[in-house]
Design a binder for this molecule. Structure first.
Ligand code: ATP
Ligand code: MG
Length: 360
């Protein structure tokens, strides 16, 4: 199968040539670790190959994105950027996401604590739906104009999109459906997302077909950067952590064995015992399998809303570190889904041959 290169030489080697096409991937890491630079590299490589590329920006307005990339000497003029910042930042529901510009920063909204939970869900719903609508419109308009589909998409970031979401069932189901929508676009998609705590489950990490994790830590008076591939379905990959430098020409991953980083992650896993680590991995695997089956059920239009709600309960139990309960619910979801998928009629054939005319 053809590989989709990121354009970052060392990373492409680690990925055994690049991503598998038409699938969603996650780039995770703390702030300032290089997620946006990596996503920009990926899009730049697409532009270089004359592929239609789309950036959906929720963190920084397009003008800032372009200005930042220009400091690397990159010309991103041919990049289509969808500005989804205002709706999230200004939190103004009555205004269209497309035509509003504001000078508010999304981070200012972190201080907003007095929003009632129900309105938070509503706000997220509006945001997710409007962003989804924008992408859908852009997709069909582009296809009409150029007869070509977008090949590469980056969403920067899911964290901003979820800024107002409360920890609850509705918001998770909403995010799941947004991710399914992204997967159905059949473009290779990079979803930028922070995940600072392994015990906090974020939907995109289960639906993503792979995860590149960016690391950043302080070493004496230096800030160091590194990168690792946490998962990559359907492919072999280099699972070691390698140092990263961000300089004049963008991001470079050093694969030289002398510079390899040994031992555990510099961030460590505070407060996590060996037993807890194993439990986290086991529950994560079951939840991942459940999410894949949910995708399958949606494709085949099998009703499973109750299972989705149950899965949200499992994820909530997980976040509260009640792993036994999470495992119990997740396993029940798993067997429910297996049963329903097995019982459902087979999916209809893609192309139906025309019926012969009825002769009386
Ligand atoms: N033109 C540049 N030249 C050198 N270094 C740069 C340049 N632009 C960005 N950097 C460095 O790259 C690092 C990563 O930046 P990036 O914006 O990709 O982080 P991020 O992970 O997206 O952060 P956030 O979560 O806050 O969006 C920054 O710490 C910055 O020091
Ligand atoms: Mg960023």
């Amino acid at each position: 199968m053809d590989r989709v290169k990121t354009g970052i030489v060392g990373l492409d080697t680690m990925l055994n040539g690049g991503f598998l096409p038409a699938r969603p991937y996650v780039v995770s890491g703390p702030t300032g670790s290089g997620k946006t630079v990596l996503a920009a590299h990926f899009l730049l490589e697409g532009l270089r190959l004359q592929e239609p590329c789309l950036l959906v920006t929720l963190d920084e307005p397009p003008i800032e994105v372009k200005a930042n990339m220009a400091t690397f000497g990159w010309n991103m003029d041919r990049l289509k950027i969808l500005d989804a910042t205002p709706d999230v930042r200004a939190h103004k529901r009555q205004r269209s996401v497309i035509d509003v510009g504001t000078s508010l920063d999304v981070r200012d909204m972190e201080d907003v604590t007095d929003i009632r939970q129900s309105s938070q869900v509503r706000a997220l719903e509006v945001t997710v739906h409007s962003v989804q609508k924008m992408i859908k419109q852009e997709f069909s308009q582009h296809l009409e104009r150029t007869k070509q589909r977008y090949k590469r998409i980056a969403i920067d970031s899911m964290t901003a999109l979820k800024m107002f979401s409360m920890e609850g069932q509705d918001s998770r189901i909403l995010i799941q459906s947004f991710l399914r929508f992204l997967a159905e676009l059949e473009a290779t998609t990079l979803i930028v997302s922070e995940r600072l705590d392994r015990r906090k489950l974020e939907t995109e990490f289960f639906l993503g077909r792979g995860e590149i994790r960016m690391h950043k830590w302080i070493d004496g008076s230096m800030i160091r950067h590194a990168l690792s591939i946490e998962k990559f379905r359907g492919s072999a990959f280099d699972d070691k952590m390698h140092p990263v430098t961000i300089g004049d020409k963008g991001m470079v991953v050093a694969l030289d064995p002398h510079s390899q980083i040994r031992g555990t992650s510099p961030e460590g896993k505070p407060g996590e015992s060996l037993l807890e680590t194993r439990l986290i991995d086991e529950v994560s695997n079951v939840i991942e399998s459940v999410m894949r089956q949910i995708e399958e059920a949606h494709r085949r239009q099998i009703p499973i809303r109750d299972v989705e709600v149950a899965l949200s309960r499992a994820m909530l139990a997980f976040q509260r570190r009640n792993y036994q309960k999470a495992m119990k619910i997740a396993l029940a979801c798993d067997s429910q889904l297996r049963e329903r998928i097995a019982e459902a009629p087979p999916p209809p054939p893609v192309a139906m041959p025309p019926r012969p005319p009825v002769i009386r």
